[in-house]
Design a binder for this molecule. Structure first.
Ligand SMILES: [Zn+2]
Length: 454
């Protein structure tokens, strides 16, 4: 029995998954065949996963590959119908909340808070086929697998498909989870899109009553945990040949808008030593941001995304240059320290270039830490499969960030080829995708077993 595991591994699996019910979940695996170490057979059906993902990729398919499936669009609406159908096939009790989030419930055997897991199916413009989609259909695959193996859980399990995670429509990222976590409310309903339609209009198109938006809030204490499987969207796992990333937290970010003010003057007649060139100063500022961020050890990042120059003529010295500064890190103190150094550099550059630069805060998102118990369930799940793990931050905004406000949160990452995401070239190999879903399946069972004992 379990020939592919050493006796020690079997003992550790028993520790991870005690209880007759859970042991039954492993039985079909152990009886069906003998496996080589390092190539354990999965409980999940990787072909079913691939089929559903490929079918989902038809909705909003682009000629160059990938999809455009914005949140609140006819394309996404059709995709939601497809996914809802798959959820129903998996026996889930499906409901949609007033923010448009889709939930599918599988009852548990005890009266316990819900174990929630899932992701999103909206994309950016010209996005890929894995961002959000893998975590969404992977979550439904977990339910299919539990059904196939007749596994009962103590906790009720719920799959969620969050609305408008990317926020390309209405400029609100993680909209659905933000409402569910109580961080967004009716103030967002009047936002208009390019066609002049409000968010309230779109919610009505999604068969929801915007007047009841706040009913989408998840009451505190009703979730045992939230778990999300996602592609890394960065190069670390692939570069290090590690199949599973254990997210330590989702980075916080701060953004400022800066304006360098000089003096617009004749490009032919103003001597070089009398110039107040706002663009020359801003150019040094851009490099100063990069230098400060690079000077710290760690995974922090800093970006100047654009520079708007005025008046913007070939024969006029730029009088005004506007640019944003964005800093991201798991630790807000590091962000604040980098920002102080950047400001010192800006002041020195102002003196050199004879301009004045001022910056005002634009945006601010708190970092969110993954919960130790959820992380430990992911480590245990990966270990039981013989898969190596790597600790990582999520540099991208995630629904899990919002969920961390109301529930213990964790995320599983799988490799992104070449670290590319939000692109038709976004790719995760099928074996890597299947690894992630199997780890999700096992982590859910570990959490079900470990959490909420009297
Ligand atoms: Zn995503």
């Amino acid at each position: 029995m379990l020939a592919w595991h050493s006796a020690k591994t079997v003992r550790s699996i028993c520790r991870i998954l005690p209880g007759a019910m859970l042991w039954l979940a492993w039985l079909p695996l152990s009886l069906s065949q003998t496996r080589e170490a390092g190539s354990p057979k999965f409980h999940i059906d990787s072909q079913r996963l691939q089929r559903t993902l490929e079918k989902l990729s038809e909705f909003g398919k682009n000629p160059e590959g990938g999809v455009t499936r914005l949140g609140f669009s006819e394309t996404e609406l059709a995709a939601r119908e497809y996914v809802t159908g798959v959820m129903k096939q998996a026996g889930l009790q499906v409901r949609v909340d007033p923010a448009g989030n889709i939930f599918g419930l599988r009852p548990g055997s005890e009266k316990l808070p819900i174990l929630l897991f899932g992701s999103h199916i909206d994309s950016v413009l010209h996005g890929g086929n894995f961002d959000g989609d893998l975590g969404s259909l992977g979550a439904i695959e977990v339910i299919h697998t539990l059904n196939d193996l007749s596994v009962k859980t103590r906790h009720p399990l719920e799959v969620v498909i969050w609305t408008n995670e990317e926020g390309n429509h209405f400029g609100l990222t993680t909209l659905g989870s933000g409402v569910a976590a109580g961080q967004l409310g009716p103030e967002i309903l009047d936002r208009k899109d390019d066609q002049g339609l409000t968010l309230a209009d779109w919610l009505r198109r999604y068969s929801q009553d915007p007047a009841h938006l706040t009913d989408a809030r998840i009451p505190p204490g009703s979730l045992a945990a939230f778990l999300e499987l996602h592609i890394e969207q960065g190069p670390n796992l692939e570069e290090n040949k590690i199949p599973i990333g254990v997210v330590q937290g989702i980075v916080g970010l701060k953004r400022w808008m800066c304006v360098a003010s000089g003096f617009a003057n004749h490009a032919g007649t103003t001597p070089m030593n009398r110039r107040k060139d706002a663009l020359a100063a801003a150019s040094k500022d851009v490099l100063a941001v990069r230098d400060v961020v690079r000077a710290e050890p760690g995974r922090q990042v800093g970006t100047v995304g654009f520079v708007k120059v005025e008046p913007g003529a070939v024969n006029v010295i730029p009088g005004r240059a506007q640019f944003p500064v964005e800093l991201r890190n798991l630790d807000t103190e590091v962000i604040d320290r980098m920002w102080r150094r950047i400001q010192e550099k800006f002041t020195a550059i102002d003196k050199e270039e004879n301009v004045e630069t001022s910056c005002t805060p634009l945006d601010d998102a708190e970092p969110a830490s993954a919960d130790p118990a959820v992380k430990s369930a992911i480590y245990a799940a990966a270990k039981s499969l013989g898969l190596a793990t790597m600790d990582l931050p999520s540099g991208a905004v995630q629904d899990a960030q919002k969920m961390a406000k109301i529930a213990p949160m964790g995320m599983i990452f799988v490799p992104s080829h070449d670290g590319i995401s939000h692109s038709p070239k976004e790719f995760t190999s099928w074996p890597d995708a299947a690894n992630g879903v199997e780890v999700l399946y096992r982590a859910i069972l570990v959490l079900d077993d470990r959490l909420n004992h009297q």
